[in-house]
Design a binder for this molecule. Structure first.
Ligand SMILES: [Cu+2]
Length: 61
């Protein structure tokens, strides 16, 4: 992940996952903060799959 285009691709992929309320992708520290909807907990495996299908790797959790 190296530019704003990458960041928005990852952001869109994560937003498409069920139960995700909002996503904040930071290019500087290469992190994506996922905020779940009230009362739900998005499936971590689905979040990872979404990032990977956008062409990026998930490191850490
Ligand atoms: Cu890029």
């Amino acid at each position: 992940m190296h530019c704003s285009h990458c960041a928005s691709a990852v952001e869109k992929a994560l937003l498409a996952v069920e139960g995700v309320a909002s996503v904040k992708v930071s290019l500087d520290d290469k992190t994506a903060i996922v905020k779940p909807m009230c009362g739900t907990m998005p499936d971590i495996a689905k979040l990872k799959a979404a990032v990977e299908s956008a062409g990026y790797k998930v490191t850490g959790e």
